[in-house]
Every structure is written in C-alpha cells, then in structure tokens.
Design a protein around this ligand. Structure first.
Ligand SMILES: *[C@@H]1O[C@H](CO)[C@@H](O)[C@H](O)[C@H]1NC(C)=O
Ligand SMILES: *[C@@H]1O[C@H](CO)[C@@H](O)[C@H](O)[C@H]1NC(C)=O
Length: 373
C-alpha cells in the first residue's frame, strides 16, 4: 500500500511572495521529456527579460536520474525550442520547452521533435494545420482510483456525464478551469474544454496550430495541466484505457488540413490523403500510442484497430470527414485513431510524411524504432 499523500502546498500563502520584486531578474523553467515519456523541469535565473529564443542559453542535466543516459556519461543537453509566459510565477517569468540532445550530438531517445521539424520545414508551403483533442482522466492521488468515484465501487453508468452540469455529473471543474486560464495566459491556442463520457474524464482542444507548433503547444498544455493538478492534489493520467470494462477510453483525435484542402474543391485533396492513409494503416497505428489496442475495440465510438475505415460523420471509422466539410466541398478531416498518450511529434510527423511525401533525411517509423530499441 502506498503511503497517504497529503497536499503540502499552501498556494494562498505563496501568493504574497509572488508579489516580491525580482530586481529585474527572471525565472526560466526549462521543461523536457524524460526517458519514459514523462515531463520534467528545472529552473534557472536569467539576467533580463527574454524577447527571442536566441537569448535563451542551452543548459544540461544529469540524464542518469531520468532514464536518459548512463551514469558514466550522464550529461544531456537542453536546447530551447519555444517559450511561454509562466502562469504560476507570472510577470516576465517564462516556461521554456526544450529538446534533449546527447553528448555525442545525437538527439536523445524521446526527442522526436527534431525529425518531425524537418518534415514540417520541408512541407512549409502547404501550411499544414492540426487540431488535437486531448482527452485525459483524473485519479485519486492516494489509491490511484478514478477521482471522485465511490471507493471500491462505480458511479451510475455512462450517459449523464458528457458535457455534464451539476453535482454528481462533473468532477473537479476547478482543476479544469484553472488549467484553461493557465493555457490562455501562456498563449496556448486552446480552443475549448468539455467534460467527457466517463466521469472524471475531460478533454481540452488545442488548435489550429501550424506545423511543429502543434506538438510544442500540446506538450506545454500537458505540462500546465500536471502543474495545476499538483496544487489541487489530483493526478492526471493520459492512459488510453484507465479502467477496463464498459467505460470510455481516452483518445487524441487529430484534425488535419493542408492549404489546398482548405480551398474550394479541397475535397479531392482530402480524399487523396485518406487514400494514402489507408495504405499505411499499420505504420500509423504503431505510432499512435501504447496500449491503444485496449481502446480501439470497435466499441465506445472507436473503430477496430485491425482495419482502416473512413466515412462522413461516422464516429466508428478510423478517419471521419465532418458532414459540414462534405457539404461545403473543402475543409479538413479527423483521424480518430491516436490514443491520449501519443507523442504529438510522432503523430503530426507521420501524418505529413504520408499525405505530403517523405523526405530523404527524416523517417518517422525509424524515429520511433530509435525510442523503443
Ligand atoms: C476538430 O474537428 C471537430 C469537428 O469535426 C471539432 O468539433 C473540433 O473542435 C476540432 N478540434 C480541434 C482541436 O480543432
Ligand atoms: C478486417 O478485414 C479483414 C479482411 O477483409 C476481415 O476478415 C476482418 O474480419 C476485419 N476485421 C474487423 C475487426 O473488422
């Protein structure tokens, strides 16, 4: 049995220290993805307000403590790639998203951003837009059971919870509200939130974002969610099937459009893209999240994992064309296969590779092999 976890944060008391003058110095919280796909961060003082990425120094850390390097060669380098206003410290303080690099100049295990960015740059002219619908589930910090559920039991069956309103229908709206504000403050392109089908399951949407910024913004939104949840004493899981049985899984539906799909007549491009996707179903599924087989069962508004399918307004298909898009003859499509625990760099990367063409020096399938080997 794990020991009881108490919330030891006193954020109301902390608030008065947050007003203290920083004497021109700023705090920069460097965030990275560790050797198990989880996020880590540490902070440093910078001498003045940062206005461009090039002002941010490279940094390093002990990769042997994060499953990212052996103890005898443990330095991992953090290369800043985007920065955001810090909603916790406020003022000119920032949160810095970084890529991890090994001592020998190769990208670290979970640094899939590097390869993804090459594909995004190669296809820059097509201005690919993505929208991600991040579903997630809240857990009790002590026993890891679904947050707010009766201990050893279950709430009433699914039905009243999706976009629910009222006591017993939604759980932890305070956490979600705080996260939403934090994202807006940080300049994340968060486009909405809603309660999901299973109680204590929620969704936030990020997008539309162009190219590499999709992965950057989704990772930052996840980081903010985990930070907010600390203060409320709630755990967040991105597992695609947090509870076996007749309860919904969690996905990360991916809306996609290219410049030509968004113009009148774009339906032909959408259909051509779907045709290409149908031929690489297995390659995509391999990159669409661990344990996704527990979710893509053909039930609970999912398609089976085995075969590719698509349809207009069909939530049971792998890829869905919204009815409004079909009516107008242009727009975007939605890939419903990705699980909630995806690395968005792998998903957006292989999407661009498949629909717009591969490039000689980036291969998302090999990129993933590097992670699991
Ligand atoms: C994706 O498309 C659906 C409609 O098909 C829309 O409701 C949703 O808001 C979009 N999400 C994002 C993040 O763009
Ligand atoms: C997938 O397709 C194959 C071949 O058409 C078929 O035999 C199989 O039943 C399908 N699987 C599912 C889960 O629909």
């Amino acid at each position: 049995m794990p020991q009881e976890i108490s919330i030891l944060e006193h954020t109301a008391t902390l608030a008065k220290y947050l007003d203290l003058d920083q004497r021109g110095k700023i705090m920069a919280e460097y965030v990275w993805i560790d050797g198990s796909g989880e996020m880590r961060s540490k902070c440093r003082t910078l001498s003045k307000k940062v206005t461009s990425l090039s002002e941010l120094p490279e940094w390093n850390f002990d990769g042997s403590s994060t499953m990212q390097a052996p103890g005898d060669n443990s330095d991992i380098y953090l290369r800043p790639c985007a920065f955001y206003p810090d909603p916790f410290r406020k003022g000119d303080n920032i949160i810095v998203l970084t890529e991890c690099w090994n001592n020998d100049g190769t990208p670290n295990k979970f640094n899939h951003r590097h390869e993804c960015a090459k594909l995004m740059t190669a296809h820059e002219d097509e201005e690919v837009w993505f929208g991600l619908e991040q579903e997630y589930t809240l857990l009790d910090p002590v026993d890891g059971y679904i947050y707010g559920w009766p201990k050893g039991g279950f709430p009433a069956p699914q039905g009243p919870y999706y976009c629910g309103v009222g006591t017993g229908k939604v759980y932890a709206r305070d956490v979600i509200e705080a996260h939403y504000r934090a994202c807006l403050h940080s300049g994340i392109t968060i486009s909405g939130i809603n309660a999901e089908v299973m109680p204590s399951q929620w969704e936030f949407q990020v997008g539309p974002c162009t190219g590499i910024s999709m992965g950057d913004e989704l990772w930052m939104a996840r980081y903010l969610l985990n930070r907010v949840a600390e203060e409320f004493g709630v755990k967040v899981t991105f597992h695609p099937k947090p509870l076996k049985g007749d309860w919904n899984g969690a996905g990360c539906h991916t809306n996609v459009s290219t410049k030509s799909m968004r113009q009148p007549g774009g339906m032909a491009d959408i259909e051509a893209a779907i045709e290409k996707l149908s031929k690489r179903h297995k390659e995509h599924i391999a990159l669409y999240g661990a344990d996704n087989d527990q979710r893509l069962t053909g039930r609970h508004e999912t398609a089976s994992m085995e075969n590719f399918s698509y349809g207009v307004a069909n939530r049971g298909a792998s890829v869905r064309i919204p009815r409004s898009v079909q009516a107008e003859g242009y727009g975007y499509f939605e890939d419903r296969r990705p699980a909630s625990n995806i690395d968005p760099y792998l998903v957006t990367g292989i999407m661009v590779e498949t629909i717009l063409g591969s490039i000689p020096d980036a291969d998302m399938t090999k990129e993933y092999q590097r992670e699991i080997s």
